[in-house]
Ligand binder design. Structure first.
Ligand code: HEM
Ligand code: HEM
Ligand code: SF4
Ligand code: SF4
Length: 393
């Protein structure tokens, strides 16, 4: 297809050393009328400083309430290729492991039905396919599901759970993030596909405190692998690191956030009861240090990006939980958490916000978790310690 529009303003965004979405949309526009008209509409927006996308209500496939995000142009006559420009979310495999064959098939299907533009991956985790029309949705779903794919979550639903690559590639994983993620995805199919909450609910699983999935800042429920017991030290390997030029005091000991390490030039020591298992030392000296043998996870609740109130980070609600298949204790707890949130949340309130206004006490009492000192809201601020009437005698 020859070039449809001049886009001097968008062209500016191709300059510089960075990847450019304009470059990518132009590539797609060679084959796709939708992508071409997207360029035209966005250029017009840049010129007039007005948006021309509108939210057009719910679209989807039969039997599902979520998975497709409806987008329309408010200038359909001028830009017919984007009259509809819906997004399809495809549930990614745990840890984003694909065969090239699967990716090729996916791309071919998207060239056939959509704009050819993808976002791999959205911050929910899904494969995001951008730009199709309402009539194509059922055929898209039929083709994808015949190959074993399913739609992901969107709207006021459980969002597609996601996890770090975990034991698939990473020796620091304390838990099997891939299996946990798959198990939770299967368990909450109904909540994923049939939006019935006041707002979204995200679950993300990281194998350790490095938190490559950024669960602690983005997930309503974060599951973060950790351990109990002493960090295992191989002093001979510590010596090797020193010999190979690592300044162990500057790079490890002084960087320990709890100040629980010491090194006298010969031996590395850790006061394990003060360690908060942040992973810094283990990540830096992988050969010398290993987590303790009792592995499990810390559960945290409540993080989110800004919308009703500002951004929030998660709070610890369960300092340590063993996670072994079929993860029944975890699943039961999640159901309790969802119940409390559903009963107490107003429209568009994430669970962190509901805890802010209802109080951690109400939350903990309902879900049946004991208040513990690890539940601090911010470092060095009093935990929300509370007494019930009956405790005061
Ligand atoms: C100031 C304007 C906008 C802001 C700040 C904004 C912000 C966001 C954010 C933060 C997300 C979540 C991204 C993610 O999960 O990776 C998102 C997703 C999305 N937005 Fe926007 N957006 C804007 C305009 C638009 C417009 C104009 C459209 C459509 C024409 C649009 C369509 C979508 C779609 C389809 C998604 C879901 C994609 C995904 O899951 O990755 N947004 N938006
Ligand atoms: C007009 C300005 C902005 C608006 C209206 C906006 C809006 C939003 C909304 C509605 C979400 C989804 C919230 C949620 O998941 O609870 C979101 C998420 C996000 N925003 Fe923004 N945003 C803006 C600016 C920015 C900027 C400047 C950045 C980065 C520099 C940013 C980075 C993100 C990221 C990374 C997420 C994903 C977080 C997640 O997965 O939950 N946003 N934003
Ligand atoms: S979060 Fe931890 S276990 Fe998961 S990939 Fe990152 S470093 Fe590895
Ligand atoms: S894991 Fe973190 S807190 Fe624990 S000893 Fe290592 S650096 Fe210190």
């Amino acid at each position: 297809m020859s070039k449809k529009y001049d886009t001097p303003l968008l062209d500016e965004l191709e300059k510089g050393p960075w990847p450019s979405f304009v470059k990518e949309i132009k590539k797609a526009a060679k084959k796709s009328e939708r992508a071409a008209d997207e360029l035209g509409q966005v250029e017009k927006s840049y010129k007039t400083k007005r948006g021309y996308w509108k939210h057009g209500g719910i679209v989807g496939v039969l039997g599902y309430g979520s998975g497709v995000i409806g987008r329309y142009s408010s200038l359909p006559e001028e830009f017919p290729g984007v009259a509809h420009f819906h997004t399809v979310r495809i549930n990614q495999p745990s840890g984003w492991f694909y065969t090239t064959k699967a990716l090729r098939e996916m791309c071919d299907m998207w060239d056939k039905y959509g704009s050819g533009l993808t976002n791999m991956h959205g911050s929910t985790g899904d494969m995001i396919l951008l730009g199709t029309n309402t009539e194509s949705l059922e055929p898209i779903f039929a083709e994808f599901s015949s190959r074993g794919w399913d739609l992901g979550g969107s709207g006021s639903a459980m969002r597609t759970p996601s996890c770090c690559v975990g034991p698939g590639r990473c020796e620091w994983a304390n838990i099997d993030t891939l299996d946990i993620n798959y198990a939770l995805t299967q368990e909450f199919q109904d909540e994923l596909h049939r939006p019935s909450f006041a707002y979204k609910f995200k679950i993300k699983t990281a194998g350790c405190a490095v938190d490559c999935i950024a669960a602690i800042a983005r997930a309503d429920l974060s599951i973060i692998g950790t351990w109990k017991g002493d960090i295992k030290i191989d002093q001979a390997e510590v010596k090797n690191y020193a010999k190979n030029g690592m300044d162990i005091n500057a790079e490890i000991v002084d960087m320990c956030p709890t100040g629980c390490m010491s090194y006298d030039g010969k031996k590395l020591k850790i006061e394990d009861e003060d360690c908060n298992r942040c992973m810094h030392c283990i990540a830096k000296m992988t050969k010398a240090l290993r987590p303790g043998d009792e592995r499990g996870a810390t559960l945290l609740i409540g993080s989110k990006a800004p919308i009703v109130v500002g951004a929030m980070l998660s709070w610890v609600v369960v300092p340590f939980i063993k996670l072994e298949p079929p993860y029944q204790e975890l699943k039961d707890l999640i159901r309790k958490i969802l119940e409390w949130w559903d009963e107490n949340g107003k429209a568009r309130e994430r669970i962190g916000e509901v805890i802010e206004h209802k109080g951690m006490r109400s939350f903990l009492e309902y879900v049946g978790l004991p208040p513990v000192p690890q539940m601090i809201k911010e470092p060095r601020r009093d935990p929300f310690f509370f007494w019930a009437e009956k405790d005061l005698k």
